[in-house]
Write a protein that binds this ligand. Sequence first.
Ligand code: LLP
Length: 429
Amino acid sequence: MDAFYYKENTLCCEDVKINEIVSETGTPVYIYSKNAILSRFNELKTAFQEVDTTICFSVKSNSNLTICKILANEGSGFDVVSGGELFRALKAGGTPSKIVFAGVGKTDKEIQYALENDIFMFNVESIAELEHINAVAGNMTKTAKVALRINPDIDAKTHAKTTTGKKENKFGIDLIVAETIIEKAKSYKNVNVCGLHVHLGSPIYSVDPYVNALKKITVFIQKCRKTGIDIRYLNIGGGYCISYTGEEVIKPKDYSAQILPFVKEMQCQVITEPGRFIAGNSGILVTSVIYNKQNSHGKKFVICDAAMNDLLRPALYDAFHRIWPVNTNIAMPDIEAPDQCEVKQGMELVDIVGPVCESSDVFAKDRAIPPVNEGNLLAIFSAGAYGFSMSSSYNSRPRPCEILVDKDKYFVIRKRETYEDLIAGEDII
Ligand code: LLP
């Protein structure tokens, strides 16, 4: 977590103290490091540089316009899953010919919007969708480039709710159905099947699932080519892991070392759709302690002003995020995993919770942290991906502001929502 570090007992992002930002913005606040975003994008780019690769940042992980613009300026394309995400990618200056569109339920309206903007290609998830794309493109006298999203029935060994490549998942097309599509692909006059796509889930902490999927897909590409369908693009999805605990995890070059031989053998151009890897550890959520509370059973709660509506991952997936005071003379342990939480001297075991009226509104259970008082700040780490983008205003809580740090400067890149924002668009009848 190099962009975020402690100096003189206080947390900094690049060359800015978190306290300084909070004194202006208040809490809760998302804070991102521009340098971290760029360096992760470039780490991935370097890992795949041996082959012709288009990196399409997965907009769902962090859809802030400034973040997307920074990546667009660096040459990134975008992976979108809705008309709204496409709108954002275009607003951020995304190059249409580098935008890929996935998702199991694209509507005709969304398909038309994407075709009007001449996106790179659709990642198609069913025969019905392919037929709709063919019809919409036909009405527009256009040809849509498509990749078939293959569901290879491979277990990515990640959380059940973020696994996408198993036969029971709604995503993609299994290989038997894909074969039937290939057989009649030429009859779709306004569709050009020129790619295959696979996304197995997220985060994936080993290369094996990618390799196992690519073994199946390589065989399938050969079949396609025999039928006269020239597969030129291989979209290997996203899913690259990050460390949430401080432990070492595999790196982009570990993935690419095993993925690239398949790509080279198939002589395909690569598309990849990283989200978490770029944004995850590039951002934190900072919250203030509202109250300390202890029940007669000895259980201690730290109640803070961020909640599950601001960062849903712990409530939805029991996800582990490191949490530590912004100002403390006790060093954050190098590694801290759910089963390795140690209560050292001067620390206490607490549940860190938000004010939302749900028992799942818990950021951390039985977590050892230095004692904190009302008004103290806590940093929730690894919150840059699937943090703000999954936020809501549940309990009518205005969503936090977002800040981008660039060296010794910081910028508000999304204002804090107001009560008026909460009711904008509502009419009393
Ligand atoms: N491509 C496709 C087709 C996807 O569905 C996703 C993520 C990605 C790429 C990007 O995956 P990444 O590189 O970020 O792992 N909300 C969950 C994660 C859901 C991911 C959904 N799809 C979380 O907070 O962990």
